[in-house]
Design a protein around this ligand. Structure first.
Ligand code: ATP
Ligand code: MG
Length: 321
């Protein structure tokens, strides 16, 4: 399979991002031809601070590499390093119905809150379609929230193919495991915009404090509890081994334990779980040249693939003459 996915550079990765997306990308790099990119052009619709955007771009790459993305298996690159995609985006835009984009939720949500949207946000799904189609990707691992955009991509590809011949490979969404939906420190879905995140690379002491503040229920200690209904357990099972999680689960079912103890265990398990990545991250931060080299190599591989697709599309619609 030719797999493609992008990560937004809008903040530091949290457990939701890791268990809900990044981990699955890393698994998919084995046995597939995987392309992963840092979506800095998409980020430009929300980040208008040059230094911040540049820093986040490099940081996101370091995060992925530290978490196990292997540049010898997968092609890792920065979106803006492949200008072919922006050209392809225009070709797709000329055939993108307004109504289709008006129904897309990122734009619709913003409008419905009475905010003014810019064209970049409106056309975001077209750029995303170009991102996917430029590499002949057939599999796009996404969260459920991105399904609509994959449908738009398929619509645009289908319309182009219908008009101009068989140009684009029709991609399919691969919905990432929904059971990996990670709760935040308030029990709601973990999300940057809810301010309830545990970050993958935050200082373990800071993280421990956040964990110690998680609100728990006030049932008597002796009472047996169903582990899967408790946020602490649902977080624990992500970072604990299967045996450790089972041991904790039986504490819940038996009752007679304190949440303080579980919180301590959770903080420790989290620190262990991400220790190796944290160490790798430190090494990479000390060798930014190497990171730039990896991104440069990735960009040239990606450009080579995108150029072929762009030429095919340009030939088909008559702008290459
Ligand atoms: P925002 O608040 O800006 O929407 P976010 O914290 O929800 O940010 P996204 O950038 O929307 O993060 O998420 C990127 C991807 O990470 C999603 O497509 C999804 O696959 C995964 N993801 C995010 N949050 C969770 C979560 N709580 N549980 C599981 N997966 C998640
Ligand atoms: Mg989100």
């Amino acid at each position: 399979m030719r797999v493609l996915s992008g990560i937004q550079t809008t903040g530091r990765p949290h457990w939701g991002n890791y268990f809900g997306a990044i981990r699955q990308w890393i698994e998919l790099q084995e046995g597939n031809d995987a392309y992963y990119f840092i979506a800095n052009l998409h980020a430009l619709t929300t980040i208008r601070d040059r230094d911040l955007l540049r820093a986040l771009t490099l940081d996101s790459a370091i995060d992925l590499l530290a978490l196990g993305l292997n540049p010898e298996r997968a092609t890792l690159f920065v979106q803006s390093d492949v200008p072919e995609v922006s050209e392809l985006c225009w070709l797709l835009m000329t055939g993108a119905p307004m109504g289709l984009l008006e129904r897309c939720h990122a734009y619709k949500d913003k409008k419905s809150r009475g905010l003014s949207a810019d064209v970049g946000l409106f056309a975001y799904p077209v750029l995303m379609a170009a991102d996917i189609l430029a590499y002949d990707a057939d599999t796009v691992p996404v969260g459920e929230d991105q399904l609509q955009h994959i449908e738009v991509c398929r619509d645009l590809a289908g319309a182009f193919n219908h008009r101009f011949g068989d140009v684009f490979v029709m991609p399919k969404a691969k919905i990432m495991d929904a059971s990996a939906r990670v709760p935040g420190t308030d029990g709601e879905k973990m999300s940057k915009s809810y301010g309830n995140t545990l970050e993958v690379f935050e200082d373990p002491r800071v993280q421990r404090k956040k964990i110690m503040r998680i609100k728990t229920d006030s049932r008597p200690m002796e009472q047996a509890k169903e582990p899967k209904q408790d946020v602490l357990f649902n977080l624990y099972r992500l970072v604990g081994t299967a045996e450790e999680s089972e041991a904790i689960a039986s504490l819940y079912r038996r009752g007679g334990f304190g949440y303080g103890e579980i919180k301590k265990e959770l903080a420790e398990a989290a620190e262990r779980f991400f220790a190796e990545s944290r160490e790798r991250r430190r090494e990479m931060e000390a060798d930014l040249e190497k990171v730039r080299q990896i991104l440069g190599d990735g960009a040239s591989r990606a450009r080579q693939a995108a150029r072929q697709v762009l030429h095919r599309a340009q030939d088909a619609c008559g702008v290459r003459w």
